[in-house]
Design a protein around this ligand. Structure first.
Ligand SMILES: [Zn+2]
Length: 389
């Protein structure tokens, strides 16, 4: 516990909801952004496939140069936004490796969600509000902006039609050692996550509660309301996952997660609960929060974790999809009673100690030859039992 405290900084994107009084301005600005974007799209496509002379793949710098002076044709957006559109476009196009990107549509059913990029320097603090392009913006939770230095960000619209100010900020964190050593986390359907210490994150409470409301809104054809309910469900889910991952990272130094592939299960009958449960999101959160706090997070193979007894290592547990109903079982070899998920979580924890991780935020120290795995597993298995007892 007397380890030195490391200070490090990380980039996080703050999302602050913009107050509704600015929506009309932002909606109008988004149309202008779309016009610039489409012009850039057309210009770079023409340069890449010219009628005559040599083809040229325009860079963000080239596009900024070509668009110089364009602001006089626009009422809302300024030169900095035009330049940001050019550079963002060039980066997107390079990543997509395509001559032309999809057009941004300003009206109708296939309308693109609004987007107004900005440069860090053009967004200024003015009292309790913000100034951008000669206009005052007020946001909710503005206290989160106090004392932070932001980088180039944007205003972005969500499916409901609300606008958010997204600003990447540098956040300093202190890395301290966690009070507890290690934990294994088993991801499941009934409970999203069960730890080797027996903590549970229940699944299915949120969307099922909102499902009736959603069905009603859809029956009545209230599209906007349906979108609002979807957004609410997504937020509740993310909130629960944030709280759980934060708790894990605060408590444990070494975290091991099973590597269930949600894509495989999505194709089966369990699709709805799989999509609900957000395993991928939880894994990502554990990985980045763990990295920020100086924890080791490993994703380990889930093979045989439900079958093997965490006490003696013999494969006496329930197997197959038909045995999913079995919640508790008794090991035939050593007579231990196990909770299915806690047992799996303990096996994952034991596995993380002897196996190399499938993917994690830390390279493992050594790979163990398969012949010695079994012995190591037995040792770590008993060790798990001792710490758990
Ligand atoms: Zn056993």
């Amino acid at each position: 516990m007397n380890e030195p405290v490391h200070a490090a900084s990380f980039t996080r994107t703050l999302r602050l909801k913009v107050k509704a009084e600015s929506y009309p301005w932002l909606n109008a600005a988004a149309v202008e952004v779309n016009q610039v974007f489409n012009w850039v799209n057309e210009t770079s496509a023409k340069a890449a496939r010219p009628f005559a002379c040599k083809p040229k793949w325009l860079s963000g710098f080239d596009l900024c140069y070509l668009s110089a002076g364009a602001t006089k044709f626009f009422e809302k957006i300024g030169a900095d936004t035009v330049q940001r559109i050019c550079t963002e476009y060039a980066a997107k196009r390079r990543a997509a490796k395509r001559v032309r990107l999809r057009w941004r549509v300003s009206r109708g059913a296939r309308r693109s969600l609004g987007w107004v990029p900005l440069k860090a320097a053009s967004l200024k603090r003015r009292g309790s509000a913000l100034r951008f392009c000669g206009k005052t913006f007020r946001v909710f939770e503005r206290e989160r902006l106090e004392g932070v230095k932001w980088r180039d960000g944007c205003f972005a619209q969500d499916a409901v039609g609300d606008w958010w100010l997204c600003l990447p900020v540098e956040i300093a964190v202190e890395q301290k050692d966690a009070p507890l050593q290690a934990v294994g986390i088993d991801l499941g359907l009934k409970e999203i996550a069960v730890t080797s210490a027996g903590e549970r994150l229940e699944a299915g409470r949120w969307t099922h509660g909102l499902a009736d409301k959603l069905a009603m809104a859809q029956r009545r054809g209230h599209k906007r309301q349906a979108k609002r309910i979807h957004r609410k469900a997504a937020r509740q889910r993310a909130d629960a996952l944030h709280k759980f991952s934060r708790k894990m990272v605060d408590q444990y130094q070494n975290i091991a997660v099973g590597d269930v592939s949600s894509l495989k299960l999505v194709k089966t009958r369990m699709a709805k609960s799989v999509l609900d449960s957000g395993w991928g999101m939880l894994k990502q959160m554990l990985l980045y929060k763990g990295e920020h706090a100086g924890r080791s997070v490993r994703v380990v193979s889930e093979r045989n974790t439900t079958r093997a007894c965490s006490g003696c290592g013999s494969l006496t547990g329930p197997t197959g999809a038909s045995m999913l109903v079995v919640r508790r079982w008794v090991c035939r070899a050593c007579g231990d009673t196990h909770d299915r998920d806690v047992n799996a979580a303990r096996n994952i924890l034991a596995g993380s100690r002897c196996l190399t991780s499938v993917c994690g935020n830390e390279s493992s120290d050594s790979s163990v030859p398969l012949s010695r795995l079994r012995k190591r597993r037995r040792e770590t298995g008993t060790e798990t039992m001792r710490t758990a007892a």
